[in-house]
Design a protein around this ligand. Structure first.
Ligand SMILES: Cc1cc2nc3c(=O)[nH]c(=O)nc-3n(C[C@H](O)[C@H](O)[C@H](O)COP(=O)(O)O)c2cc1C
Length: 385
């Protein structure tokens, strides 16, 4: 393939360059992957209204998310093991976001640490928190994010226990220690990936190894994470996290209007309508299906963001038209990263930006801030009823 024009092109290229176990880690949902697929396919049912003979000059996609200026309403979602798609992946993606004027969210389960990303960037990024049984460790992650100047904390609420992804088990990714012939084969068939990885200092979970007690390498980490994700996490915990953090707080993983109302009560700044990219509760509805009902329930009280299934700038516009102030992309940037490193992340953002711009124009609009349901053909989108 010579030209990379779509997110699907980037995915195909990433598959050729990234060892199978890590490509599959990104391209997987839990159990039947039904919700993972629905996240994408439900976007296809929604149609635009084409409008003509409207002045389409001087268009802008610039807006704000939680009060921060963004060049378009798209942020990068937190994803674990990003530095395994391409060496130093989190640093490269954060730099690409900085250049593109969009927020980057670093996962707790990143390979490059909070401090390493901060040292390689100049603008504040957002940090995503998983709450561990060891509350002091969770607290120390908050303090570290604060210390480097992160401008928002994204608290993930939909992963108290892990959904099962069959591909990870088949690839041996859920048992980090030990080398099998299958794994060695997957690595030797990707020599450029191995070469870059060999030269990188960032090879393990940078936020955890050396910081949490009893975790010194990938092997001990496997056992630690299974034990440590806290199944008792409750709304009461949001209060102490908010207090300890003291800055902008975004609650991630809301899929039900009742939970959205509880989220508003916490005083958080935004919620993310999300099913974790179809990686947790298989059989849950798609994010775009859930969005209108949640906007209807709390849209006046809190900023509503969404993620899941965005594969083009058109999908972003559909979500914005249905009330999202901004969206996050997970796989699209991971595929860009796996295909071409930092350049690939920049390309994924460029593709989405230009698709959004042209679609906005052909729907007869010039400013993303004027987009509402009128952009869409009635009867083709989910409603709150
Ligand atoms: C490979 C991968 C790793 C992820 N790791 C995390 C994580 O560490 N923390 C988190 O809150 N969400 C995580 N997510 C979920 C994303 O933040 C986001 O909700 C999802 O990817 C959005 O769907 P999309 O990939 O279709 O854009 C992960 C998703 C993927 C694909």
């Amino acid at each position: 393939m010579t030209q990379l024009l779509t997110i699907a092109d980037l995915k195909e290229q990433a598959q050729r360059k990234v060892p199978k176990m890590f490509f599959d880690y990104a391209d997987s949902g839990s159990w039947t992957e039904g919700t993972y697929r629905a996240n994408e396919s439900d976007f296809q049912k929604i149609k635009f209204r084409q409008r003509v003979a409207v002045d389409m000059s001087n268009r802008t996609l610039a807006t704000t998310m939680i009060g921060e200026d963004v060049s378009m309403p798209v942020a990068i979602a937190p994803t674990g093991l990003t530095g395994m798609q391409w060496a130093d992946g989190e640093i490269l993606a954060a730099q690409a976001c900085e250049e593109a004027g969009v927020p980057f969210t670093l996962s707790t389960m990143s390979i490059c640490s909070i401090e390493a990303v901060a040292a390689a960037t100049t603008k504040p990024f957002w940090f995503q928190l998983y709450v561990m049984r060891d509350r002091e460790f969770a607290g120390s992650l908050i303090d570290r994010a604060k210390a480097v100047g992160c401008s928002a904390l994204v608290l993930t609420l939909d992963l108290q226990i892990m959904g099962q992804r069959h591909k990870d088990i088949r690839n041996g990714l859920s048992t980090p220690s030990g080398f099998s012939l299958q794994r060695i084969w997957q690595l030797v068939t990707r020599p450029a990936w191995c070469f870059r990885m060999a030269r990188s200092k960032n090879k393990t979970f940078g936020n955890i190894v050396g910081h949490a007690e009893g975790v010194s390498d990938m092997g001990s980490l496997g056992a630690w994470t299974t034990e440590q994700f806290d199944p008792r996490l409750s709304w009461d915990d949001v209060a102490w996290i908010k207090e300890r953090w003291g800055g902008k707080l975004i609650l991630k993983g809301i899929l039900d209007p009742e939970d959205a109302k509880l989220a508003v009560k916490t005083g958080a700044d935004a919620i993310i309508v999300s099913n974790h990219g179809g990686r947790q509760l298989d059989g849950a509805c798609s994010s775009i299906e859930a969005l209108p009902e949640i906007v209807e329930a709390v849209g006046k009280d809190i900023e509503v963001h969404m993620d899941g299934g965005i594969r083009s700038g058109q999908d972003v516009l559909k979500a914005v038209a249905l009330g999202a102030k901004g969206v996050y992309i997970g796989r699209p940037f991971l595929y860009g990263l796996g295909a071409k490193g930092k350049e690939g992340v920049a390309l994924s953002l460029d593709i989405i930006r230009s698709e959004m711009d042209v679609t906005l124009a052909l729907c007869g609009k010039r400013d993303i801030k004027d987009v509402d349901r009128m952009l869409l053909k009635e009867g083709t989108y989910p409603t709150s009823k």
